[in-house]
Design a protein around this ligand. Sequence first.
Ligand code: SF4
Length: 338
Amino acid sequence: MKLERYLAVSKDIIPAKFIISKSIEVENFECLEINELWEIHNRTLKKVDFNKFDFYDIEYVSPNLLDLKIEIAKRIFENCKFCEHRCYVNRKIERGFCRIKESYYSTEFLHLGEERVLIPSHTIFFCGCNFKCVFCQNWDISQVYFDRSIINRCIPYNPKKIANIIENKRVYSKNVNFVGGEPTPHLLSILKTLKYLNRNIPVVWNSNMYLTVESLNLLKGVVDVFLTDFKFGNNKCGERLSNVKNYFDIVGRNHLLIKDEEVIIRHLVLPNHIDCCTEKIFQFISNNLYNAVVNVMFQYRPEYKAKEYPDISRILNYEEIERVIYLVEKYNLDVISD
Ligand code: SF4
C-alpha cells in the first residue's frame, strides 16, 4: 500500500524520520570543512535503513545526524544555494532572488482542505517564495518580499516556539506540513524546529521542488512525505509564468531523486496548457514514478496577474476537464482525492 509508512508514523506505530535522525550518532564535526561534513552526512545516510527502526531503538545522542544537517544548512545559509537560483549570497546580510533573509511565517493552523489522507494537517505557512508565479493564489504571503507594503502581515519565525505549538496541536493533527510561499528558503529554520520537536509526527514537505540536490539530501532522513507541486511540462512555460529557468529539467530531476520516497504529486491544470504541461507531466509520472500518488486539481481560477496572460485568464472549460480525465486513465495514474 502506498503511504503505508506515513500512516504508521501518523498513528504513532513507528517513529518519524527526524526522530530516528536524532538517534543516529555522527563523529564530532566541529571545525570541519563543508566537503568533510557532506562526506560524513552521505556516508551515514547510506548506512541507515529508516524502515527498520522501532521506538525501542530510539535514544537521543549527540552529535547526531540532525545536528550535522543543521550545521550544513547553516553553512549553505551563508552562501545560499538552497534552491536552483543558486544566488550564493550570505543571507545573514544580503538577499538573493527570493528576497528572504531570516524566516517569517503568516499563519499556522489545522488545515482541513488538504488531501484526505493528510487532514487535519498542521500547516505552517512561511512568507516568501523563490517563484514569481503570475497566477499565484497565495500571492499575499508568497510575494511579500517583492511588495514591501504587505510584509507587515508576517510574523518572525521562532523554531523553538513553533516546535512547542506543533507538540501542543499533535493531539489533533495527522502531520506537520511545511509550506509557503515556499519552504525551501526556510530549510535551516525547519531543521532547527525539528531539533526542538520531541513528539512523534510525520513531516510533510509541501514544495515547488525547485530545490538543489544539496537541499534534497538534507531532507532525506527528516521528511516522511513529499507533497510536491508539478506545474509545467516544459522549461518554457516555467520561465514565462513562474519566472524560473530550466523548470522541467530541475523539478523532473528532483522527482526522480525521490522516486523511492513516499510522494504525493499535485498538478493544478491550467487552461490551454493540457498538451504542453498536463500531458507531459502525466507521461513523466507514468514512465518514472511508480511510487507516487497524484492529485489532479481542476479548481484553477485566474488570480494575481493572470488576467494579463490571455491563455490563463479564464477557468477550465468542460472539454479540457474531460480531456484531462481521459489522460488520467490513459497514463494509468494512481489518483488520490482531496
Ligand atoms: S533560497 Fe534560492 S532564491 Fe533564495 S537566496 Fe537562496 S538560492 Fe537564492
